[in-house]
Write a protein that binds this ligand. Structure first.
Ligand code: NAD
Ligand code: UFG
Length: 336
């Protein structure tokens, strides 16, 4: 199949392009390089021996985006492009709504105009908010989102599901990711945070590398195994494989499905910290500080629907996630 991947040079997008190419799909990437670099194309080519066609385009630019749809006859779209920093979204709600809603509407309009009827969308476990008990099940629907970023994910899910009602030819899979971490085993692609990392593993990686002096652990008084927050970390390569299954599912079904993508297991901040210490062979200094506003104690997925509909199960454990992340970081440090 010929697949448009928006945000395809980004963290999850680049790993998904590799898995799509490995599964013999043709990939066309649109990205404005706001949070990624064109050199990712070299890495994808080194890993797969295929260089995807690339358009440096902002999805807010409808005319330029239309040229991509005119030039290519797509079978499907995987839509990753968007802004993703929770804290920044509170400071810059207009930018987040414009990019993540108006940009997405351009994609959906052009899919309709050019009769492209298969879509996978990057949603997030954040849409569950803190209203439900774990494991989070798709049938819960939406909780209360606590920041504009989360609200853009909820709104996109609602928009896509409404379009599916009006257009019976459209098939959409809305993937609610839990916490993607890790990197490709080649060490050539991975996550490069912009500025101070918001997320736990990228922060741990920078402390281990000496870029930051210690990790702040946001609270050790939660009702969890060791008092720290528990999350469902999933290897980014497993997540990428889930996209291949999801787009193939979309192409052979009609309607709109919401599917969790996680491992179904939760690990605490200290458990992840110790797994990275093991992978790197270094002690990582930390300090326990106050809870972070908006954080929940525990978050992990009910993964049964992914197994039933997509025949997807995550393969890699937390040690492998940390080993691959460490390899990527080591290569990156040598480059800098
Ligand atoms: P990323 O920032 O690495 O990738 C997003 C890509 O989209 C970047 O390459 C960026 O340059 C591009 N982009 C942003 N705005 C654009 C625009 N207007 N036009 C064209 N390109 C644009 O992020 P990621 O971690 O790979 O996330 C991919 C998707 O998954 C995002 O929609 C994100 O919200 C969602 N998601 C991520 C996580 C996570 O923890 N990483 C969790 C849940 C959901
Ligand atoms: N944490 C720390 N110190 C840090 C960073 C995080 O102790 O420096 C803790 C948090 O308190 C939490 C855990 O590590 O208990 C994980 O935090 P992350 O920020 O890595 O992940 P979140 O689960 O808070 O949020 C992530 C993404 C959101 C997404 C959500 C659900 O950032 O965009 O997963 O998919 F919505």
């Amino acid at each position: 199949m010929k697949i448009l991947v928006t945000g395809g040079t980004g963290y999850i997008g680049s790993h998904t392009c590799v898995e799509l190419i490995n599964s013999k799909h043709e990939v066309v990437i649109v990205d404005n390089l706001y949070n990624s670099s064109e050199s990712v194309l070299d890495s994808i080519e080194t890993i797969t021996n295929v260089r995807p066609k690339f358009y440096k385009i902002d999805i807010l630019d409808y005319e330029e985006l239309e040229k991509v749809f005119k030039d290519n006859k797509f079978d499907a779209v995987i839509h990753f492009a968007g802004l993703k920093a929770v804290g920044e979204s509170v400071e810059k709600p207009i930018e987040y709504y414009e990019n993540n809603i108006s940009g997405s509407l351009n994609i959906y309009k052009l899919m309709k105009k050019y009769n492209v009827n298969n879509l996978v969308f990057s949603s997030s476990a954040t849409v569950y908010g803190d209203d439900f008990e774990v494991p989070f099940k798709e049938e819960y629907g939406f909780g209360t989102t606590t920041n504009p970023y989360g609200t853009t994910k909820k709104m996109n899910e609602m928009i896509i599901s409404d379009i599916c009602v009006s257009n019976k030819d459209l098939s959409a899979v809305l993937l609610r990711y839990f916490n993607p971490i890790g990197a490709h085993e080649s060490g050539l692609i991975g996550e490069i945070p912009n500025g101070i990392p918001n997320n736990l593993l990228p922060y741990i990686m920078q402390v281990e590398s000496g870029i930051r002096d210690h990790l702040n652990v946001f609270g050790d008084d939660y009702d969890t195994v060791d008092g720290t927050g528990v999350r469902d970390y999933i290897h980014v390569v497993d997540l990428a494989r889930a996209h291949v299954k999801a787009i193939e599912y979309a192409c052979s079904h009609k309607g709109c499905e919401v599917i969790n993508i996680g491992t179904g297991k939760g690990y605490s901040v200290f458990e992840l910290l110790h797994a990275y210490e093991k992978a790197s062979g270094h002690k990582i200094p930390y300090e326990v500080v106050d809870r972070r506003k908006g954080d929940i104690a525990t978050c992990f997925a009910d993964t049964r629907k992914a197994k039933e509909l997509l025949d997807f199960e995550a393969e890699y454990d937390i040690d492998r996630m940390c080993i691959d992340a460490y390899r990527f970081m080591s290569k990156l440090n040598k480059k800098i």
